[in-house]
Design a protein around this ligand. Structure first.
Ligand code: NAD
Length: 254
């Protein structure tokens, strides 16, 4: 199968995290449609299995496994699973995250650390585990950050700190691993995934109006940007954090 004849990931293997739904799921379909063998992982192993099955139903190549990205041990096993499947890792999409609401004075230690563990520690664990394989393949890492890394929204200090940390880490890793591995992140604005589906329609309309393009994003909008960074089309781009937010962050709307 191919998407508009694109085969940018032919003979390449991609490991995706948090890929049982939303942005990760859309990215699995996108990379597989362009020829990648995708290892679909998620803490929800059953959800990952469903997505891998759908990739295969569409003619692609996929396996699945449960992976809690906050477990360093589980990361070692996931990388081992890639080694024993195709023997190489070319693309790593680090996508896990969820925002916890609570102003600084309302957050207890556990909530703060929980947010950083899921959104930032997990990136470190994934990169550390995958660097040996990615170096061999001259691979690419793409991390899903958030518009919260670029502008402040009331009530999300831990999420903003975790996603903001990704931006600095991306630059650091890009310098560290130079010509061997590229590192970039995407910063989605409001994207209609499971969370947004439960949001009242009037809030969705208001949020859409705040972006100059006048709509909410789709998981496919973000998957397209991830695929770009992961592909050779971006071979001269590293250490970048790209806002994919319909212009929300450059608009004066409140
Ligand atoms: N949807 C948006 O509006 C939006 C905006 C900006 C950034 N993001 C970011 O995009 C990424 C994906 O979000 P989404 O909206 O597609 O979410 P989603 O809720 O559709 O999917 C999140 C997935 O993460 C998985 N997950 C949760 N904890 C995990 C863990 N410990 N290990 C592995 N997997 C785990 C869940 O099982 C779920 O399948 C997140 O990093 C999120 O912060 C989303």
């Amino acid at each position: 199968m191919s998407r508009a004849g694109l085969t940018r990931f032919a003979d390449r293997t991609a490991l995706l995290t948090a890929a049982a739904s939303g942005i990760g799921e859309a990215t699995a379909y996108r990379l597989a449609a362009e020829g990648a063998s995708v290892l679909v992982t998620d803490v929800d192993a059953e959800g990952a299995r469903r997505v891998a099955e759908e990739v295969r139903a569409r003619g692609g190549r996929a396996r699945h496994r449960g992976l809690d990205v906050t477990s360093a041990d589980a990361w070692a096993e996931a990388v081992e699973a890639v080694t024993s499947w195709t023997g190489h890792l070319d693309v790593l999409h680090l996508n896990a995250g969820r925002n916890r609401r609570g102003a600084a004075h309302e957050l207890d230690d556990a909530a703060w650390h929980d947010q950083l563990r899921l959104c930032l520690d997990s990136v470190f664990y994934g990169v550390r585990a995958a660097v040996p394989l990615l170096r061999i393949a001259r691979g690419a890492v793409v991390i899903t950050s958030s518009v919260h890394a670029a502008i402040g929204f009331k009530g999300f200090p831990a999420y903003a700190a975790a996603k903001g940390g990704i931006g600095a880490l991306v630059r650091q890793l890009a310098v560290e691993y130079g010509g061997e591995i590229r590192f970039n992140s995407v910063l989605p604005g409001a994207v209609v995934t499971a969370l947004w589906a439960q949001t009242p329609p009037e809030v969705q309309v208001r949020t859409a109006a705040r972006a100059p393009v006048g709509r909410l994003g789709t998981p496919e909008d973000i998957a397209a940007a991830v695929a770009f960074f992961a592909s050779d089309d971006a071979s001269f781009i590293t250490g970048q954090n790209l806002l994919v937010d319909g212009g929300r962050s450059i608009s004066s709307h409140e």
